[in-house]
Design a protein around this ligand. Structure first.
Ligand code: DOR
Ligand code: ZN
Length: 476
């Protein structure tokens, strides 16, 4: 063997999208140099004995809120990325509802500098699509955002839902750029109306948060997003699908050829609104809401069968004080998740919800494909980045707030038993976590570069840029 390797991961059980097999992996200069029998590996400067461990491509979590800039009492790039490394996550995409939001090249660059200085995992940064930044979308795309985010439903940060006119023109622009747009698909006017009516009537139970955002709130926004995407040729990604009633609509729009990918979250698979009546259950308040338990089974099946493409976390930390309050309406929405997703999903996989190969698909390969990273990331193959997680598939652990690396110690899974646990995380060949210890210095993480397939706009002759021949007005 001519060349030596920097590192060999020896004798593990390698899991890919298609196969589970015994093999060793040689790593050189941050990429995978070879996969094969231990005897065929080149001599290496270092060896990690993976006997008895499973070796998976690192998790790509396309939905985290690391809160910097502007809300670093909730999380920072340093603490968020460490939590990611603890959870076997090697790449995160950060949402734009920070302060200021990522609405321009300037705000994008400011966030990128923070991430580059602190992150120990690789990262992508979303730009926002709002009412006032249509002229910024092309410059943001050019500058390097991994994709865009549209908040149709309200959430943390003051990002009002844009008008339908602005959304449609935004999609026309994004369709021509070819970048994908993540969508928080809830109908704002309906949810605000219902919330006001419920509050005025003195309703104040955890389930009233769900009543304000009942299924039709999600169905309308999902359908509108898909109709606009079909019309314009924009690529879209529905984040945090929580609702079993959405599934037939998803099937319909996918069958029409809409370029839509769908994401769900662990909390929708293992938590239900019924759990919110237990003491402390109100911390499960999030958007879209965790729904009735009857939603769990169809969502699990859709994730296993392929209708849902991606598992992410919506890692959305808030301080314990922000997560407390006398009324359900006062409790901040969201909670941490980046370091507990892999144990929860692999425990479900062991219980028969999906094969390990499907977990690799939804946690790594599919997000890499959706966002233009596949080949470099999302796969264990020679030439790919050596983003790898080693998992002990026979380790029992109890989840809880006091175990979290996140800045805010709030858990939606207090006391939950899991039976799979990440024991090492490698980003581009370097261990960033081993045996529960962080082993990388801040700044090891790098920005990912999205390379999407050629743009496929539709109805170009109807696009406003064609009809009125001007770019959108510059932002105020
Ligand atoms: O509950 C939520 N919290 N849902 C979101 O979509 C965003 C998030 C946040 O940023 O806190
Ligand atoms: Zn979110």
């Amino acid at each position: 063997m001519a060349q030596t390797a920097d590192l060999v991961i020896a004798n593990g059980t390698v899991v890919t999208e298609r196969l589970v097999f015994e093999a060793s992996i040689a790593i050189r200069d941050g990429t995978i140099a070879a996969i094969g029998a231990a005897a065929d590996m080149p001599p290496a400067a270092e060896t990690i004995d993976a006997t008895g461990l499973h070796v998976l491509p690192g998790v790509i979590d396309d939905h985290v809120h690391f809160r910097e800039p502007g809300m670093d009492h909730k999380e920072t790039w340093l603490t968020g990325a460490r939590a990611a490394a603890m959870g076997g996550v090697t790449t995160v995409f950060d949402m734009p509802n920070t302060a200021p939001p990522v609405h321009s090249v300037e705000t994008y660059r400011a966030k990128k500098a923070l991430a580059e200085a602190s992150s120990i995992v690789d990262f992508g940064i979303y730009g926002v699509l709002d009412e006032h930044n249509l002229a910024d979308l092309a410059p943001l795309s050019e500058a390097g955002v991994v994709g865009f985010k549209l908040f149709l439903g309200n959430t943390t940060g003051n990002l009002p839902c844009p008008s339908d006119g602005a959304v449609l023109e935004g999609f026309e622009i994004l369709a021509r750029l070819g970048k994908r747009c993540a969508i928080h698909a809830e109908n704002s006017p309906i949810l605000f109306w219902r919330e006001d009516r419920l509050k005025a009537a003195g309703r104040n139970a955890p389930i009233d948060h769900l009543h304000a955002r009942t299924d039709v709130v999600a169905l309308e926004a999902l359908s509108k997003s898909c109709i606009f995407a079909e019309w314009t040729g924009a690529r879209i990604h529905i984040v945090h699908e929580s609702c079993a009633a959405s599934l037939p609509y998803i099937e319909f729009f996918k069958s029409r050829g809409v370029d839509v990918t769908i994401e769900t979250l662990p909390q929708y698979l293992v938590r239900a609104v019924e759990d919110m009546d237990r003491p402390g259950g109100e911390i499960l308040r999030m958007n879209p809401p965790i729904r009735e338990r009857r939603n769990q089974e169809p969502l699990r099946r859709a994730l296993a069968d392929g209708l849902i493409d991606i598992i992410a976390t919506d890692h959305a930390p808030h301080s314990p004080e922000e997560k407390a309050g006398n009324r359900i309406w006062d409790i901040a929405c969201g909670f941490p998740g980046v370091e507990t997703s892999l144990p929860i999903l692999l425990t479900l996989a062991k219980e028969g919800v999906m094969p390990l190969t499907r977990y690799v698909e939804v946690s790594s390969a599919n997000p890499a494909r959706a966002w233009g990273l596949y080949g470099r990331k999302g796969v264990l193959a020679p030439g790919a980045d050596a983003d790898i997680v080693l998992v002990d598939m026979n380790r029992e652990e109890i989840l809880g707030a006091d175990r979290l690396s996140s800045k805010t110690k709030v858990s939606a899974y207090e006391g939950m038993k899991v039976t799979a646990w990440p024991v090492a995380t490698l980003v581009r060949g370097r261990p960033v976590m081993r045996d529960g210890e962080i082993t990388a210095e801040p700044g090891w993480g790098r920005e990912v570069m999205s390379a999407m397939p050629p743009a496929a706009p539709r109805n170009l002759d109807k696009h406003l840029a064609t009809l009125v021949g001007v770019s959108p007005a510059p932002s105020a």
